[in-house]
Ligand binder design. Sequence first.
Ligand code: SF4
Length: 235
Amino acid sequence: MTTTARQSDFSPLAAAEMILRQGLKQAAGAVQLASSFSVEDIVLIDLIQRWQLPIGIFAIDTGRLNEETYEVAEAVVSHYKVKIDWYFPQAQAVEALEREKGLFSFRESLENRHECCRIRKTEPLVRALAPLSGWVTGLRREQGVTRSQVEAIEIDVAHGNIIKINPLIDWSEAEVWDYAKRERLPLNRLHQQGYPSIGCAPCTRAIQAGEDVRAGRWWWENPEHKECGLHRRKS
Ligand code: SF4
């Protein structure tokens, strides 16, 4: 951990603002929010605009996103008058993958799933982060076993020691939704259909009441594997 910011000492909003400002200071350079257009990301976009912070937005179009995600992305652009820096996978890598293994290889093994995530997500992420000194994410500790050790501000060793800022780290799901509803944020329609987590269409599904919020991601895998490599903690 590289900060003294702890949500438990502040209101959720005050903690998020302090983490963002402290993270910006530590990054001392260009910082962008990585958006998958989940409710957490829209809350962060709203807060960044509210506080007029110098933080841009980038997103990765894996080529397998839901239509609803593209729609809310455009709604965000229109609502906040912001620009989104989109990144797409390398065309040749996607072509080779699909020609060799078909369109659903990620269902066949963990290795194949990691290969698809590497081509469609983590390689574009590396390009997105290359010019940045820091990035902001909507990670929350409550989101499951793979995220319980996340800190408010981290050194991202896996991406060249840039600063990784997680302002909603200690927000509960209820706090995220209270804010989103109170501020009438433009939201992904998939949330209303039981998707707490937003990802690629073939690898994300709605969950049942009481299930872990990440249960709908790669539901055929064990909980400890439910990451795509975007939030690797070490190289
Ligand atoms: S989430 Fe699924 S479709 Fe998307 S990159 Fe990973 S394996 Fe491929």
